[in-house]
Ligand binder design. Sequence first.
Ligand SMILES: Nc1ncnc2c1ncn2[C@@H]1O[C@H](COP(=O)(O)OP(=O)(O)OP(=O)(O)O)[C@@H](O)[C@H]1O
Ligand SMILES: [Mg+2]
Length: 242
Amino acid sequence: MIGFENVGYAYPGGSPVLDGITFEVSDGEKVGLVGANGAGKSTLLKCVPGLLEASGIITVSGLRVSRENIAEIRRKVGFVLQDPDNQMFMPKVIDDMIFGPVNYGSTREEAEEQADSVLRGLGIPHLRDRYNHRISGGEKRMAAIATVLAMRPDVMLMDEPSSSLDPRNRRALINTLSGLDKTMIIASHDLDMILDLCPRVILLDHGTLIADGETAGILRDRELLESHGLELPLSLSGQKGI
Ligand SMILES: Nc1ncnc2c1ncn2[C@@H]1O[C@H](COP(=O)(O)OP(=O)(O)OP(=O)(O)O)[C@@H](O)[C@H]1O
Ligand SMILES: [Mg+2]
């Protein structure tokens, strides 16, 4: 479904921040992407919809990420950015939520119905008619996630979706995502959420892939995590690391 083959990236004038990244994510699989600050998680996610132009080969549903395919790939891929301020650009939450669907051919009524159902699912119907510049950071993150969900993308890439969420919103997010049968890559420092949601996790450090496997094993491996700048998830920290 999503393939990365020998993917590399260097920001203009800089040294490589991704190097030789190779893995595949199957249809419907939920994969966590973890690593210390600066490991390359956001950079890797941005290469999928072509926001950054990587070396190597990235494919989505067999389509190679390239200039010719980019419109079709962006239609399939929903992206929750690390900074929701870069995502919400209409006056009100509802305007952002219907913008994409209407652009892709839904009627306003259909788009609003879908938006309302997403807002209810996330427990945030009260944000529907709020102004984006007058809501809190956590509310804006929930709204940004709702906007991407309302597009019903085949694939969801999420960069720190739970950061700045209170426990209730975080739980609503986890419940919503766990009920979705979609391919997802979730970059996060919230290792407890990754443990809850993603059977598989990928660990990056300094732009290279360090580990790729079962979340329950990798996130229990204290030595592996600590040697790459991470700690055991809270829910496992009472147990003895392997
Ligand atoms: N616009 C940029 N220009 C130059 N270097 C950048 C830029 N954005 C990120 N970098 C560098 O690329 C590397 C990877 O950054 P990236 O944002 O992908 O890390 P990350 O794993 O998402 O970190 P975090 O956990 O802090 O979000 C870092 O060394 C960072 O300093
Ligand atoms: Mg990041």
